[in-house]
Write a protein that binds this ligand. Structure first.
Ligand code: ZN
Ligand code: ZN
Length: 342
C-alpha cells in the first residue's frame, strides 16, 4: 500500500509499505478520505516534538472495514466507518472520571501512531463508529473536525438566543461558528484574510475585518452596548485574545481554542472587572463525536462549502501541504484514498 510518511521537519514522502496486521480487538480499514488539518501543518513544520518519525500522518478520516479482529463483536466487513483517533491511558484521574479528552497521556492516531493518509489504517473496535448510509464517506471524514467545534461550543456554555464572537475564520473557527448558529446563537466572525472573510460571509455570518474596523466598538454597537455572551479565540494571536476580553460581556465566557506560538500578554484588569470566565477546549469527548455524526446525518451541518479541494496521494504535498503553507485561498483539503491501488 502507499502512504504519506512524515520523516522529520518539512519532510513528507509517499512510500510503499506493507499492509498493517491487526490484533484481535482491532479492524483493518480501507481509507476513503482524509482531511489535512492545521495540526498536520504544525507537525510537518516540526511543531510536535513528541512525534517520532517515520509516521503515517492523518487523524481525520473515513473508510470501509476490510478485516475484523477475532474479538471484535460490534463491527463487520464492508461497513463504512469513521475513527475517533484519540488513544487514552484509561487510568489517570481524567480517564477514570470519563473526561478522556484531558487524559494525562492522550495520544492520537496520525500523530503518535500510524494514521489515515494511507490506503489502509488500523484502529481499535472502541475507536470505530459506523457511518449511516445517508452520510457519504467524503462528508464522513469531516466528523473529527466537526466534533472539535461541537466540543468548543459545549465548553463555552453558549445558549440559544445568546451572542457569540468568533475570532478567526479558518476551518475550526467556521465550524464552531456554524455549531453556535445551529444552537440558536447570533454569531459574529472577525477575520482579516480576504478569502476567509468572504467565506464567512457566504456562510451567512455577520463579519468584521479588524484591519478596517475596531472590533470592540463594532460589538458594542451590534449588541446595544452589552458585549457578547461568548467570545471564541481561534487564531492563537495576542490581538485575538485581547479582542475577546474586550468584547465579552460581564460574567461572559472567553473560550480559547487557538494554539499560540508565543506566550500571550493580556490585560487582566478587564477579567477582574467583568468577572470573565476563561476556559480552554481540547479535542472532543465521545458524546461530541456522536453529536457530530448526528449533525451530518440530520443534514444540520453540511461540510460541502468547507471542502476547497480534493487531492490524491500523488499531489498531496504540492497541492495540499505546500499550497496551504503558501496561504492559497483554501479552507479544507481532502485526500482521496479511494483512488489508491488496493
Ligand atoms: Zn484535526
Ligand atoms: Zn488517561
Amino acid at each position: 500500500m502507499r502512504a504519506l510518511v512524515y520523516k522529520g521537519n518539512k519532510k513528507l514522502t509517499i512510500e510503499q509499505l506493507p499492509i498493517p496486521k491487526i490484533k484481535e480487538n482491532e479492524c483493518l480499514i480501507r481509507v476513503a478520505y482524509a482531511g489535512i488539518c492545521g495540526s498536520d501543518m504544525l507537525l510537518w513544520n516540526g511543531g510536535y516534538p513528541r512525534v517520532k518519525p517515520p509516521l503515517i500522518i492523518g487523524h481525520e478520516f473515513s473508510g470501509t472495514i476490510v478485516k475484523v479482529g477475532t474479538r471484535v463483536t460490534s463491527l463487520k466487513e464492508d461497513e463504512p466507518v469513521v475513527v475517533n483517533p484519540l488513544i487514552i491511558c484509561g487510568k489517570c484521574e481524567s480517564c477514570v472520571a470519563g473526561h478522556h479528552n484531558t487524559c494525562d497521556y492522550l495520544n492520537l492516531i496520525g500523530i503518535d501512531k500510524d494514521g489515515g493518509m494511507s490506503a489502509y489504517v488500523v484502529a481499535k473496535e472502541d475507536q470505530i463508529t459506523s457511518l449511516p448510509d445517508s452520510i457519504s464517506l467524503a462528508k464522513g471524514s469531516f466528523t473529527e473536525p466537526l466534533a472539535v467545534g461541537v466540543h468548543m461550543v459545549r465548553m463555552s456554555t453558549l445558549k440559544k438566543g445568546e451572542t457569540a464572537l468568533i475570532i478567526g475564520a479558518g476551518p475550526v473557527g467556521l465550524i464552531a461558528a456554524s455549531i453556535a448558529k445551529i444552537k440558536g446563537a447570533t454569531v459574529y466572525v472577525s477575520e482579516m484574510n480576504p478569502f476567509r472573510l468572504k467565506k464567512a460571509k457566504s456562510l451567512g455570518f455577520n463579519v468584521i475585518n479588524p484591519k478596517e474596523q475596531d472590533v470592540e466598538s463594532y460589538i458594542q454597537q451590534v449588541t446595544s452596548g452589552s458585549g457578547v455572551d461568548v467570545a471564541f479565540e481561534v487564531t492563537g494571536s495576542n490581538p485575538g485574545l485581547t479582542d475577546c476580553i474586550q468584547t465579552v460581556k460581564p460574567k461572559g465566557t472567553v473560550l480559547i481554542a487557538g494554539m499560540a506560538s508565543q506566550k500571550h500578554s493580556i490585560e487582566t484588569y478587564k477579567i477582574i472587572q467583568k468577572e470573565i470566565h476563561i476556559t480552554g477546549s481540547r479535542v472532543y469527548t465521545k458524546t461530541d463525536f456522536k453529536e457530530a455524526i448526528q449533525l451530518l446525518e440530520e443534514n444540520l451541518f453540511d461540510p460541502t462549502p468547507f471542502i476547497s479541494r480534493v487531492v490524491t496521494l500523488d499531489n498531496v504535498i504540492l497541492d495540499g501541504f505546500e499550497s496551504i503553507e503558501k496561504g492559497d485561498p483554501v479552507l479544507k483539503i481532502l485526500v482521496d484514498l479511494e483512488a489508491e491501488d488496493k
